[in-house]
Design a protein around this ligand. Structure first.
Ligand code: GLN
Length: 195
């Protein structure tokens, strides 16, 4: 299995390590690599878009000729997981985005950038997963808030009664950073679905 992590900006290495660990735990062999150029999209089985700064990631993806290609691949079924800024890239509606900035628009959610307020703009909290009884420690860093779900997106993670993670067919979007803990359950969940 070949998994690319979009590596133009943001928490790339952490995702590579977490994905490798998740593959080991699932007994899947393959490679996980830093994806910077459009040629590297060939033959990948899954793609991760990390956290970072969504405007910068979008601009660099356009510059590297990745944005339209990734959008096409996502529309034709390539499994893609986006975390934090990656979720913003995937969302169909974004509040607080820079005007005219382009995104992937693959996920039926409305997100609001940096919407957790100043005091708690970064925090950790135990989350409830829909597919596992054990709570998951969510690390939120200037995270986007999912303010609406419509169409075909389904919740997979909750903070209190608020949705912080969704899936829609081949796409997974998380407001938090699962790569910053040792808990690989969300990476495993994504890989299992991708397989
Ligand atoms: N605040 C960032 C943005 O709007 C996302 C933060 C993150 O990915 N940790 O792009």
């Amino acid at each position: 299995m070949k998994v690319g992590v979009i590596g133009v900006q943001g928490a790339v290495n952490e995702h590579i390590e977490a994905t490798k660990k998740a593959m080991e735990r699932l007994n899947i062999s393959g490679e996980v690599f830093w994806l910077k150029k459009a040629e590297q999209l060939k033959n990948i089985d899954a793609l991760i878009i990390p956290g970072g700064e969504s405007t910068t990631i979008s601009r660099l993806m356009i510059k590297n000729n990745l944005l339209d290609k990734v959008k096409d691949l996502g529309e034709s079924g390539l499994p893609i997981m986006g975390t934090c800024a990656g979720l913003i890239l995937l969302a169909k509606q974004i509040e607080g985005a820079v005007r005219d900035q382009r995104f992937l628009e693959l996920l039926d959610v409305r997100v609001s950038r940096n919407a957790y307020g100043r005091q708690v703009d970064s925090f950790e909290a135990l989350l409830k997963l829909t597919f596992d009884a054990e709570p998951f420690l969510g690390v939120f860093i200037r995270a986007p808030r999912i303010i609406e779900i419509f169409g075909k997106a389904n919740p997979i993670a909750y903070y209190k009664d608020e949705v912080v993670g969704v899936e829609q067919g081949n796409i997974v979007g998380l407001a938090f950073h699962p790569e910053l803990t040792d808990d690989t359950r969300l990476h495993e969940y994504f890989l299992k679905n991708a397989f």
